[in-house]
Design a protein around this ligand. Structure first.
Ligand SMILES: Nc1ncnc2c1ncn2[C@@H]1O[C@H](COP(=O)(O)OP(=O)(O)OP(=O)(O)O)[C@@H](O)[C@H]1O
Ligand SMILES: O=C(O)[C@H](O)CO
Length: 530
């Protein structure tokens, strides 16, 4: 009751501040802690986040992955070469594909005959508005653009795009090379249900599975079984042309068969796998007749599984790559930097607890004996880490590095925690994580170490908000209380964005607009002994 009253007061108090607070650009947030270099810790954190995103922007990624010898027309992709002679075709689907296509056309345009891409509704206008010309195709581009899949759901526009992509692929010959640009969101942007399954039926099934908690592997296994193009179908349609897929990963572990439902990767799943998943989420009994028909047919279909021997699938950007760049930049700024994990998953509350304990334990290693965490906290940290089951976690290595550092430390991680929505507030998983970590950090007595935690979505948009994420320090809860903002109350409503818009007039929000890329989230934890 008390909490609710405080929360309402805070919201009311917030409204005027939201009305008058202008959106602050990145780098102008209220710096509080200064490093020896003179640059504020908050500024460094935001700069590092920008570097993380910068490493996986479409242009730099494409240029790293491809090289063209203009004289001979020889295209090199990794250790493979392809002869270009006006025989190049391009298709693409995903949230980051507009910028990828622009970069590809700039690099290979002289050989490009035709292209078709399927990208999210409104993305061209958003990029134009943000002045990101490098993400836009040139006026006389050979690439036809379809916009669709509003709210990340397959729709009629995306279906039209998928049919145009299929048509282009089916028209190719053995002399042609098909460049396929793939990024997250590609599944919804390439719907081509196998008849008699309809778009509406596929949409309903996808929504039901997602709402009942199916993970992306499960969801995409079902999508593949019901699609003409997913699970290797696109590669099959393009045969006998050579196919090169350039993939920007938005899935932990970069599994090519899962990202955008692997349209150029032969599916290894059978009907039993699908039935198992449908059973698990209580959907088997209520399946539409059309879905049952397609699943029943699948086992005896001579065209499946698709063969993909003519395909080269290449991951050109990922969370791992982005974190590696952030680590390099942090070390250039004088930090001892360690990548903890690129596979952070699990409930946001446990993830926040993990970072809170990590900050305390690492902080203790940086301060004189007796001023920091106890053995008990170290054990709690190990327990929480074990519960999260992060396959690639380098916790021991990170703590050893902290012990050896005796100076500023930056621990980096990435992935995609989940938020179980309970309230009707406005937020995203990054802002919620940051707010929860802020609350955790405030629970410990402050040691002689400055601490800052930042969480940001590399696509620049955290949930349905205009911010990419937020950054926090241990003083957050007490400073918020002084402004009449109760952190727990905002958290109970999943209202992290409203909190950060109010707190210090939005100074802790990361605002960079849509970045044109998407490799999940980045988490940066800075510790600096005073
Ligand atoms: N009020 C809220 N507070 C916290 N998290 C929220 C809130 N509303 C939505 N979300 C979370 O935001 C996520 C959806 O946002 P977003 O589009 O950024 O993620 P996504 O669908 O995983 O796409 P991408 O992988 O491109 O980032 C969901 O995980 C959802 O739980
Ligand atoms: O499109 C999809 O399937 C998801 O974004 C995972 O890549």
């Amino acid at each position: 009751m008390v909490l609710r009253a405080v929360g309402m007061a805070a919201v009311l108090q917030c409204l005027p501040c939201m009305a008058r607070a202008p959106l602050r650009p990145l780098f102008t947030g209220g710096p509080v802690v200064r490093l020896a270099s003179g640059m504020a810790l908050a500024e460094q954190a935001q700069q590092l986040f920008q570097s993380t995103v910068g490493a996986v922007l479409p242009g730099p990624m494409l240029h790293r992955a491809l090289s063209l010898d203009p004289g001979s027309g020889l295209l090199k992709v990794r250790d493979r070469s392809f002869q270009l002679r006006q025989n190049l075709y391009l298709v693409g689907f995903g949230k980051a594909v507009l910028g990828m296509a622009a970069a590809a056309e700039e690099l290979l345009g002289q050989h490009l005959v035709q292209g078709v891409i399927s990208v999210p509704k409104g993305i061209r206008a958003a990029m134009e508005h943000a002045g990101k010309q490098e993400m836009l195709l040139k006026p006389h581009s050979r690439v036809q653009v379809f916009e669709g899949a509003e709210d990340n759901l397959p729709d009629r526009d995306a279906l039209r795009a998928a049919l145009a992509i299929r048509q282009l692929a089916e028209g190719l010959t053995a002399d042609d090379l098909l460049l396929v640009l793939i990024s997250g969101g590609g599944s919804a942007l390439l719907p081509a249900p196998i008849p008699p399954v309809t778009l509406e039926e596929k949409q309903t099934l996808t929504k039901l599975l997602a709402a009942r908690g199916a993970n992306i592997q499960e969801l995409n296994t079902i999508r593949k079984a019901l699609s003409q193009l997913k699970g290797g179908g696109l590669a099959q349609a393009a045969y006998p042309a050579q196919v090169v897929s350039l993939i920007l990963s938005d899935v932990v572990g970069d599994p090519v068969e899962v990202i955008a439902s692997g349209p150029t990767v032969a599916s290894v799943h059978n009907v039993q796998d699908c039935l198992h998943i449908l059973n698990r989420y209580g959907l088997r009994a209520a399946l539409p007749r059309s879905v049952k028909t397609v699943l029943a047919r699948a086992d005896s279909d001579p065209h499946r599984p698709h063969t993909c021997g003519h395909v080269l699938n290449v991951i050109i950007g990922s969370n791992v790559l982005a974190l590696a760049e952030a680590q390099r930049q942090a070390e250039a700024l004088g930090y001892r930097a360690v990548v903890l994990s690129a596979a952070i998953q699990g409930d946001v509350k446990s993830v926040a607890r993990f970072y809170g304990l990590l900050a305390q334990v690492a902080g203790a290693h940086l301060t004189p004996p007796g001023t920091g965490a106890s053995l008990e906290e170290e054990e709690r940290l190990q327990e929480v880490a074990a519960e999260l089951q992060l396959p690639d976690l380098q916790l021991k290595e990170a703590l050893e590095a902290v012990v050896g550092a005796r100076g500023p430390v930056c621990l980096l991680a990435g992935g995609e925690p989940t938020v179980q929505l309970q309230g009707s507030g406005k937020g995203g998983r990054n802002q919620e994580l940051a707010l929860r970590v802020g609350a955790e950090l405030g629970r410990w007595p402050p040691g002689p170490v400055d601490v800052l935690f930042l969480s940001g979505g590399t696509d620049g948009q955290d949930g349905p908000t205009e911010a990419a994420g937020a950054w926090v320090m241990p003083e957050l809860a007490s400073q918020a209380a002084a402004e009449g903002l109760d952190v727990a109350s905002f958290l109970s409503r999943n209202d992290s964005h409203t909190f950060f818009r109010c707190f210090r007039s939005g100074a802790h929000l990361l605002r960079m607009g849509l970045t044109g890329t998407n490799v999940m989230d980045a988490h940066l934890l800075f510790l600096r002994p005073r």
